[in-house]
Design a protein around this ligand. Structure first.
Ligand code: SAM
Length: 273
């Protein structure tokens, strides 16, 4: 299927990148195909894409055989996306709206992969929402998401590193998260100030007897004062210091030295919130 070059689509539809909407477009079709390959075989799979813009990643996902639902809040992009839909009949559904205001599981109604070159200003909010909550496993089967490299590193960070914190625990306690690809800033139009990277996340087994809310409370307290010893940072959480001792974790340690499994064990011992 021959599609017009993305630069031509942008020019024809007058799609100058809007800073307010976090728009940095990708035009390199080979790069886009490599991104669309990260989730694995997509033929006839349902995929949710947030922020398709002029449709670069969208066309790569469609080429990979996916059935794509794309949520875009910039109306200016809709004619370009409608054109793309005509080239892949019945395979592209475009929803105009704010992805933060939409229930994605309800919208999709079947297991789906998420793939997105996220607007940086809403990226972390959406990511947190997809990983949060008591219901697990989620209806989504994988996340393939572009972040600023610094945020990607925080998501996949190991203990004892400056990047390790709440985001790493959230992304790793019942999911597998890996850095799938680094993307140079020059790949975007306009180029953002910083480098980017794609993170790939798949749901794993939910640890038994652990409440997501309790875990969030524990990590918030522990990393809220990350330079302090745990016995100090967890002081406000009744029973936490005793629970640490019960688990054989020295309360003079600092939050960033604890493994994800240690936080999970602590949340389990404290019980539901
Ligand atoms: N996917 C395209 C690409 O890779 O070239 C565009 C990526 S651009 C970084 C982010 C896109 O998300 C923009 O098209 C922007 O309009 C859209 N967007 C921003 N905030 C959004 C929101 N809350 N809901 C849906 N789309 C949003």
């Amino acid at each position: 299927m021959s599609l017009p070059p993305l630069r031509e689509v942008i020019a024809r539809h007058g799609l100058s990148a809007s800073k307010a909407l976090g728009q940095n477009f990708l035009f390199d079709e080979q790069l886009l195909d490599r991104i669309a390959a990260i989730p694995g075989d997509l033929s006839d799979k349902a995929v949710l894409e947030v922020g398709p813009g002029p449709g670069g990643l969208t066309r790569a996902l469609l080429r990979a055989g996916a059935r794509v639902t794309a949520i875009e809040m910039d109306r200016r992009c809709l004619p370009a996306l409608a054109e793309l839909g005509e080239a892949f009949p019945g395979k592209l559904r475009v929803i105009e709206g704010d992805a933060l205001a939409i229930n994605h599981a309800e919208l999709m109604g079947e297991p789906f992969a998420i793939a997105s070159n996220l607007p940086y200003n809403v990226g972390t909010a959406l990511f947190t929402r997809w990983l949060d909550g008591e219901g697990w496993p989620p209806l989504w089967t994988s996340l393939t998401l572009m972040f600023q490299q610094e945020v990607a590193q925080r998501i996949v960070a190991d203990p004892d590193s400056g990047a390790y914190g709440r985001l790493a625990v959230l992304a790793q306690w019942r999911s597998n998260a890996r850095l799938a690809m680094k993307v140079h800033r020059s790949a975007f139009t306009p180029p953002p100030k910083v480098m980017s990277a794609i993170v790939h996340v798949t749901p794993a087994a939910m640890p038994e007897g652990v409440s997501a809310k309790r875990l969030a409370q524990v990590t918030e307290a522990a990393f809220g004062q990350r330079r302090k010893m745990l016995r100090q940072s967890l002081k406000g959480l009744p029973g936490a210091v005793e629970a640490l001792e019960g688990l054989g974790i020295d309360p003079t340690r600092r939050a960033e030295t604890l493994a994800v499994a240690d936080f999970v064990a602590l949340a389990r011992k404290l019980g539901p919130r």
